[in-house]
Write a protein that binds this ligand. Structure first.
Ligand code: PLP
Length: 398
């Protein structure tokens, strides 16, 4: 195979091969190299067949070393048997749904979810004869009553977006399994560093690595982790529909996850302090944070999470657009961004972003008012952060 400059060859041919790969593959770099390649060269037909047998590297859409590294890391983080890595959190949620759900199946889902997740059911699966019932997963009686003989999948988020309720995952896993259904949980807000839904009985966990897991707001990526057989089926479909992520994003996500444990614990302690401070503010009508004793989810959250309640909270302000704008503009440290989970504190307004696809009445049914601001807490100094929020509120509402 031509890997060297060959004096007998022409300029344009040598240009293709000079400085190319194998002789520059050095062992033991401190950081895993980025395998930015669409394919891996194969020695001969026997080598190709051998690679198929042992799951070797051939073509990027099927397998890439950076994605394989992230599969190992994510399986460990979430405590699952295996994983697939996808191009976004949404593809980590939609790939198994497309894989595991068939015509005539029924999905039982929490009613408060990230809106695009709701839309997998309402805009896609509904076209193929799949019905979804959206209910309140914190009401276990309602969950039991809503199961049908054809219920194939139970679905919820560890902490619901954006009103921060916490379903009892262990109890729901038991109901799902008594009914021979698969239980899938979106663990984006907490990550396996704070709670492992698989240890509580979930069969599959999806996580948007775009958020807390990577934590640097520079990569869009997702992971699906869980039982080997369910992951194997999802991998077959992933290869067909092409929901895999590229090597550089896989590399960035691995890099980010290395410091997840440190970051998210600081985010939790800042969120805890901020939630308590905002609860006392005369300008804030309500604070939604599972770590507040006033939260209806506190008991379940304490049981499920222990001492860390996550870095996400929401606050209820008066539905006055002028004042909301003034509050947002008065924030100096905190930024307004259509994402969450980064190392800096950001706010979002679900009415105009994550839940803008719903009518006002639909949002209200999920507890989302036009005064709701969602906060993703970062790793800033706690005092600086509280000062920024309380100062901006004072200026806008006094
Ligand atoms: C809870 C939750 N799940 C999934 C997603 C989708 O993630 P991604 O944007 O990486 O597709 C989001 C996005 O905000 C989210 O908040």
């Amino acid at each position: 195979m031509q890997h060297e400059i060959d004096k007998n060859m022409h300029f344009e041919t040598n240009l293709l091969n000079a400085g190319s790969h194998t002789k520059f593959i050095a062992t033991n770099p401190e950081s895993l190299p980025i395998h930015l390649t669409t394919a891996h060269n194969v020695e001969d037909l026997d080598d190709l067949e051998h690679r198929y047998e042992v799951g070797g590297f051939c073509y990027n859409r099927s397998k890439n070393p950076n994605r394989t590294a992230l599969i190992e890391l994510m399986s460990y983080l979430e405590g699952g048997e295996d994983a697939i890595i996808c191009a976004s959190g949404m593809s980590a949620i939609s790939t198994p749904m497309i894989t595991l759900i068939q015509k005539g199946d029924h999905i039982l889902s929490d009613k408060t979810l990230y809106n695009e997740t709701l839309e997998i059911s309402t805009l896609i699966l509904s076209k193929f004869g799949v019905e979804t019932t959206f209910i309140d997963f914190t009401d276990l009686e309602e969950v039991k009553k809503s199961v049908r003989p054809n219920t194939k999948l139970f679905y919820c988020e560890t902490v619901t977006n954006p009103i921060m309720t916490v379903p009892d995952l262990k109890a729901i896993a038991d109901i799902a399994h008594e009914n021979k259904a698969i239980f899938m949980v979106d663990n984006t807000f907490m990550t396996g560093a704070l709670v492992k839904p698989i240890e509580l009985g979930a069969d599959l966990v999806a996580c948007s690595l775009t958020k807390f897991a990577n934590g640097h707001s520079d990569a869009v990526c997702g992971a699906l982790v869980g039982k080997k057989d369910l992951i194997a089926k999802s991998l077959v479909i992933q290869k067909i529909i092409g929901t895999q992520v590229d090597p550089f994003t896989s590399w960035l996500s691995c890099r980010g996850i290395r410091t997840l444990d440190l970051r998210i614990k600081k985010q939790c302690s800042n969120a805890f302090a901020l939630a308590h401070a905002l609860e006392k503010s005369p300008y804030v009508k309500d604070v939604y944070y599972p770590g507040l004793e006033s939260s209806p989810s506190y008991a379940v959250a304490k049981k499920e999470f222990g001492e860390y309640f996550g870095g996400m909270l929401s606050i209820e302000l008066p539905e006055d657009r002028k004042k909301l704008n003034a509050f947002i503009r008065n924030l100096k440290l905190v930024r307004y961004a259509m994402t969450l989970g980064g190392f800096r504190t950001t706010i979002a307004y679900p009415t105009l972003s994550s839940h803008s696809g719903l009518t006002k009445a639909e949002r209200q049914a999920m507890g989302i008012s036009d005064g709701l601001i969602r906060v993703s807490v970062g790793i800033e100094n706690e005092e600086d952060l509280l000062k920024d929020f309380l100062g901006a509120l004072e200026k806008a509402y006094k």
